[in-house]
Write a protein that binds this ligand. Structure first.
Ligand SMILES: [Fe+2]
Length: 333
């Protein structure tokens, strides 16, 4: 406890004795009161804060802080924020932190629910937002080191009832050439909408696997059809959704993380075209380029599935952009 108190003390700036602070003459006092920098009305606040923000040394941080102040002050004027609402906002921010843990990030969930994650993704991909892109959101459940699976193999590591799925995909570059030898990490929810890390009934790494693209840039596998699922609603995001009469569902999707040196790591989600929530994704992650056609088949097919019929096939083409191959920090272990 004493160490904590000492550390706290060390971080507090030193005080000036009152004598040193108050030795200014009347002339100086009058000058200060008449200074154009003195805040007199609400309209004086923003220029005063912007002048301070201008002093930020790091150029990117300066740019961000100046723009943030302009927009935040503009927003406050726009809605005429009340003092009580400001205190409520501070409490909400504290709650977002308190509701986050090693396995749950309420801040990212909120960013998704406000369209911020989608906007940042689309701004920074597809040639800086000028073209449609295969990039999407990482989501909260990517795990490192999912087991390597041969092309044509299965993602099932424990019995997982539900309609079978055969996915066949191609990875190409922006010129349409195959991306050979890329590592493709696939993960998806079960036919009842649970990832293996959320579900006692599934084996470790069930519905997860890593593939290597062949000389045509292709990979393919057998699995079961994922279902859509609700995002957690026991926090701030749940309160927001209920205040806005919004459902909490994400449409069914298949996650991919595709890694090959020389290319920007492709983080993608392919959404089922027949899902009832396709156009109302609570996270605003669905874009036209990410919609996959889940084709239903009534006739059994030995190669595609060993689970009989009906079964679904999905063909999809991922497009990688040039860039730096960097792995994100896994949200869970
Ligand atoms: Fe997901």
């Amino acid at each position: 406890m004493r160490q904590e108190a000492q550390a706290r003390q060390a971080s507090i700036p030193p005080r000036l004795p009152v004598e040193a602070k108050s030795r200014i003459n009347q002339q100086e006092r009058d000058k200060r009161l008449k200074s154009p920098d003195m805040i007199k009305h609400e309209s004086d606040v923003t220029p005063a804060v912007l002048a301070v923000m201008e002093q930020t040394q790091d150029p990117r941080l300066r740019q961000i802080m100046i723009s943030l102040i302009k927009h935040l002050h503009g927003f406050i004027r726009d809605v005429h924020l009340t003092e009580e609402e400001l205190r409520t906002a501070a409490r909400l921010i504290i709650s977002i932190g308190q509701q986050s843990s090693d396995t749950h990030n309420e801040a990212i969930l909120l960013a998704g629910s406000l369209g911020i994650s989608s906007l940042v993704c689309l701004l920074n991909n597809g040639e800086n937002g000028t073209k449609e892109t295969s990039q999407s959101l990482l989501g909260p459940f990517w795990r490192l080191n999912s087991p390597q699976v041969e092309n044509g193999g299965s993602l099932l590591r424990s019995p997982t009832p539900g309609p079978a799925l055969f996915m066949s995909a191609r990875v190409i570059d922006q010129a349409g050439q195959p991306v050979i030898g890329a590592q493709v990490d696939i993960w998806h929810s079960s036919p009842v909408g649970y990832y293996e890390n959320q579900d006692q009934a599934q084996a470790d790494f069930n519905l997860r696997g890593t593939f290597t693209t062949n000389e045509e840039g292709r990979f393919w596998f057998r699995s079961v059809r994922p279902a859509g699922y609700p995002v957690p609603t026991n926090g701030i995001v749940g309160q927001l959704l209920s205040a806005q009469n919004r459902h909490p569902y994400r449409p069914a999707h298949i996650h991919a993380l595709i890694f090959k040196p020389g290319f920007k790591t492709l983080i993608s989600q392919v959404y089922a075209d027949d899902d009832p929530h396709l156009t109302t994704d609570v996270q605003f992650g669905v874009t036209r380029a990410l919609i996959g056609h889940f084709e239903r088949h009534e006739e059994p097919h030995a190669q595609a599935t060993d689970a009989g019929s009906p079964w679904y096939s999905l063909d999809y083409t991922y497009v990688m952009e040039q860039g730096e191959a960097r792995l994100p920090t896994p949200p869970i272990k």
